[in-house]
Ligand binder design. Structure first.
Ligand code: DGT
Ligand code: CA
Ligand code: CA
Length: 562
């Protein structure tokens, strides 16, 4: 099955187009690659069935890209891709994993210093060859070295969004087998951790060896680490591992409990069992040699005298001996208030984004394009914000959803906002976020944020700690102080649902809940399909023990905005 191979090429082509400053193509190629990644059917079969027409009937695949796919299926390569690689023979995918290294930086570093991979990059930085280049300097060189260090520390974990997509496919594959009885996700993915070390899947079956044989024949399996009657581990060609466990039906619940973890939760739960004179393991709950529970997870918890714990809370952080909150649910969200459009760096129009919000059942959407300080995102100035309002008014008349005009303004280094108060005041609400000067001292950063929150027109702070998962650490900031001031100034902190951010993270969300700070879950969508990722933010809110009342966009549009 060539789906992953072709997707990888399309992603790389997208990067290389953006390196050449080509407009729109990068979006189109990335979108097509995303479609291929989640397509269950072998793309070669799709092509054989109906040729180019059939390829084009897939969402996100136009004539141009269909031709490229055809070329790859027929010849094993794509000429244009070979040409692009010859122009810049550097490993763009690897290099751009380093924070602060974008496609343009790759191009410059290749042309000036012949940097082709991370090893070259590290050497060039250590030998101080990067700093003297135009537009770089000591700070950037230092940041590159830090970025490389951060990357190697976080190696090997897979983003939750990749894990979810992949797991859906694996589960569909397994379900097609008649011997597979119950099936569930387990491990950190069931707990909705922001990244997972490997994917754990649990099956109950009467014929485990048949299931295991079938499992290792799954498309995409690159290597079998180990195969046994209860556990098989494989490596997939996209670079992650999957553990499959097969148990009898009578132990499905206890095995699910055990393999969902976390280890810390399991240890705490076993203590509860011991205190009650019971034994707990993956086969069941036992009183002496008599099994008292095992078939369902509910029964396991109940035999131990505790309420069933939602998987997102099973981290061994007090969930077994605290009163649990009335957790926010995945369907509680009524609107998305952080959406970009083609007025700044986004891909879709206001109307397209609003229609997408309607399709998700929302009753409102906030359009929040970047503002003028972010020139590379074509940020709006005061004049264009006014023009944008006219278009929003028109679409509001046309559609049965409330469209608010906000903006995502920039918090400048001194804490001021890059748009005049008199203009902010005319918007329906204002998000402010830090998009530059990430390396200020802790004290300066804290003051900067406090000043922004104290602006009476700033309603929401976007991605409050600035981290990018696996790429950039949180900036230095006194979060406790930020929480105090957020509460005092009635500023809402965002839980950014984008899987590369998830910021606030679970731990910080829990602190905010304790401090009584209001939060909002937003997708920060730069195109309509990003709006589908809201559930990832809700998951982190649940992991942070947030209830519906902590999250403002579970409410109708009333109290919170002007
Ligand atoms: P990951 O894969 O690093 O994101 O994290 P998990 O939680 O998925 O860990 P994994 O895949 O090593 O194991 C899955 C679950 O199996 C884990 O959450 C709890 C259970 N488990 C594994 N090893 C142990 C152990 O040594 N003791 C206990 N009590 N539970 C274990
Ligand atoms: Ca795991
Ligand atoms: Ca595992």
């Amino acid at each position: 099955m060539k789906n992953q191979e072709i997707a990888k090429i399309l992603y790389d082509m997208a990067d290389r187009f953006s390196m050449d400053g080509v407009a729109f193509k990068p979006y189109a190629y990335r979108k097509a690659a995303d479609v291929l990644v989640s397509e269950k059917e072998d793309i070669e079969k799709v092509y054989q069935r109906g040729g180019l027409k059939e390829l084009e009937s897939m969402p996100g695949i136009g004539k141009h890209i269909a031709l490229k796919i055809e070329e790859y299926i027929k010849t094993g390569k794509i000429k244009q891709y070979e040409l692009l690689k010859r122009q810049i023979p550097a490993d763009v995918e690897e290099l751009t994993k380093v924070e602060g290294v974008g496609t343009m930086t790759v191009k410059t570093l290749y042309e000036k210093l012949n940097v082709k991979n991370i090893k070259d990059l590290k050497r060039a930085a250590e030998e101080h060859k990067i700093a003297p280049l135009f537009g770089f300097g000591d700070k950037k060189e230092q940041a590159i070295l830090e970025g490389i260090g951060f990357l190697s520390k976080n190696e090997g974990r897979v983003s939750i969004v990749v894990a979810i997509t992949e797991t859906k496919r694996i589960i569909d594959y397994l379900k097609a087998m008649p011997e597979v009885d119950n099936i569930s996700i387990a491990g950190s993915l069931r707990r909705m951790k922001e990244t997972v070390g490997d994917i754990d899947i649990l099956v109950s079956s009467k014929n485990s060896s048949k299931v295991m044989d079938y499992f290792i024949k799954m498309p995409g399996v690159q290597k079998v680490w180990g195969k046994g009657k209860t556990k098989t581990s494989v490596r997939m060609d996209r670079g992650y591992n999957v553990d499959l466990r097969v148990v009898p039906k009578s132990s499905f619940g206890s095995a699910l409990q055990y393999f969902t973890g976390s280890k810390e939760h399991n240890i705490a739960l076993r203590k509860v069992a011991i205190a009650k004179g019971l034994k707990l393991n993956e086969y069941g709950v036992f009183k002496g040699s008599k099994k008292v529970a095992g078939e369902t997870e509910q029964a396991v918890y109940s035999a131990l005298g505790v309420d069933w714990i939602p998987p997102e809370l099973r981290e061994g952080l007090g969930e077994l001996n605290s009163k649990l909150p009335n957790l926010i649910n995945y369907n509680d969200i009524k609107g998305d208030l952080h959406c970009h459009t083609n007025w700044s760096g986004g891909f879709n129009s206001i109307e397209e984004m609003a229609r997408k919000a309607m399709s998700l059942g929302y009753s409102y959407i906030g359009i929040t394009d970047h503002t003028k300080y972010l020139r590379i995102e074509n940020g709006l100035d005061e004049k264009r914000l006014k023009e944008q309002r006219k278009e929003i008014d028109l679409v509001n008349k046309k559609l049965d959803i409330k469209i608010l005009q906000g903006c995502e303004a920039n918090i400048l280094a001194d804490g001021s906002i890059d748009i005049k108060d008199s203009v902010l005041q005319k918007l329906d609400f204002v998000i402010a976020g830090i998009h530059s000067h990430f390396k200020l001292s802790r004290d300066q950063m804290t003051k900067r944020m406090i000043k922004a929150m104290s602006n009476p027109y700033v309603d929401i702070i976007s991605h409050p700690t600035g981290r990018i998962i696996g790429k950039r650490a949180e900036y230095e900031i006194d979060l406790d102080k930020i929480l105090t001031v957020a509460k005092e100034t009635d500023t809402i902190l965002e839980i950014n649902a984008n899987p590369s951010r998830l910021d606030l993270n679970d731990i910080n969300i829990r602190k905010a809940v304790k401090a009584g700070v209001k939060m909002i879950i937003n997708t920060d969508a730069h195109e309509e399909r990003h709006m589908d990722l809201m559930n990832l933010g809700v998951a982190q809110a649940r992991r942070g023990w947030a209830s519906k009342t902590d999250i403002v966009n579970t409410k109708d549009l009333t109290t919170y905005f002007r």
